[in-house]
Design a protein around this ligand. Structure first.
Ligand SMILES: NC(=O)c1ccc[n+]([C@@H]2O[C@H](COP(=O)([O-])OP(=O)(O)OC[C@H]3O[C@@H](n4cnc5c(N)ncnc54)[C@H](O)[C@@H]3O)[C@@H](O)[C@H]2O)c1
Length: 265
């Protein structure tokens, strides 16, 4: 028995990274998966390597017409039970160096894409008798950083939109939750694939390393499954403890951060 037996799921941004890991994991748990992305070659390859229960569709999440086509493909595979709004882009830049076009590019993919995705699956999920929408936000949707004006705006928005949809659609048995990953070892989280970047930035984090894509995928799997049947409007941090707060050298309780010792005197 798989944890997603009999369910059809659409996963956006599934040609690589976390989306691909989610598609692979969902299929291994019995789901039929529609992988959507704008990277057609990589997306086709990912779907082919997953097998007969996976289909790739060209889905630019910022285009309403693409969503209609993706939902159509999903309908041909069975009742739509899950959507993971995972696709996103990031364009780090100081505020004064961010043009309106740059800003809107990020908002259109991350925020508008999530809005269009939720809208597109409403009717099919109602027809299916319910469903689960998992919106991938970020720790930058809980707290921000310099250089992330557009990305952080979009990720805070996803967090809020998740709660609106959860409140509106609970009556249809459609659950809507957000996941807030910390650093994850993908092209977005570690663009130069640098082994140093897998540890150094995380030295003050409870689990002092970057996350693996599958560690986010397992959280999405849980929220998509019936095991989460009473969970909606929730924020699930998958961040190695970043949200709990940083390790503070100089106070007791940890000895693995080299800095200065605790000296109450
Ligand atoms: N990697 C991290 O450190 C990190 C941290 C927090 C949150 N996240 C979030 O996790 C999610 C997955 O990111 P990732 O780390 O796998 O990044 P990634 O860049 O490896 O993958 C993103 C995928 O989205 C696709 N995409 C981009 N624009 C698209 C569009 N318009 N339509 C459809 N697909 C599009 C890309 O082609 C790519 O396949 C994103 O929502 C990201 O914001 C990532």
């Amino acid at each position: 028995m798989g944890r997603l037996d009999g369910k059809v799921a659409i996963i956006t941004g599934a040609a690589r990274g976390q989306g691909e890991a989610e598609a692979r994991l969902f299929a291994s748990e019995g789901a039929k998966v529609v992988l959507g992305d704008v990277l057609d070659e990589a997306g086709e390859q990912a779907a082919a390597s997953i097998g007969e229960n996976a289909r790739y569709v060209h889905l630019d999440v910022s285009r309403e017409a693409d969503w209609a086509a993706a939902v159509e493909v999903a309908a041909g595979m069975g009742p739509l039970a899950a959507l993971v709004n995972n696709a996103a882009i990031i364009r780090p830049a100081a505020i004064e160096e961010t043009s309106l076009n740059d800003y809107m590019e990020v908002i259109n993919v991350n925020q508008v894409g999530t809005f269009l995705g939720m809208k597109a699956v409403l009717e099919p999920m109602k027809t299916a008798g319910g469903g689960s929408i998992v919106n991938i936000s970020s720790i930058d949707g809980l707290q921000s950083k310099n250089g992330l004006i557009s990305y952080s705006a979009s990720k805070f928005a996803i967090r809020g939109m998740t709660k609106t949809a959860a409140i509106e659609w609970g009556r249809f048995d459609i659950r809507v939750n957000s996941i807030h990953p910390g650093g994850v070892n993908t092209l977005m989280g570690n663009p130069t694939n640098d082994p140093q970047a897998e540890k150094e930035p995380y030295v003050y984090q409870a689990i002092p390393r970057i996350g693996a894509p599958v560690e986010i995928a397992y959280a999405a799997l849980f929220l998509a499954s019936d095991e989460a049947s009473y969970i909606t409007g929730a924020e699930l941090s998958v961040d190695g403890g970043w949200r709990a707060g940083p390790i503070t050298p100089g106070l007791p309780g940890t000895d693995h951060v080299v800095g200065y010792g605790y000296n109450p005197g």
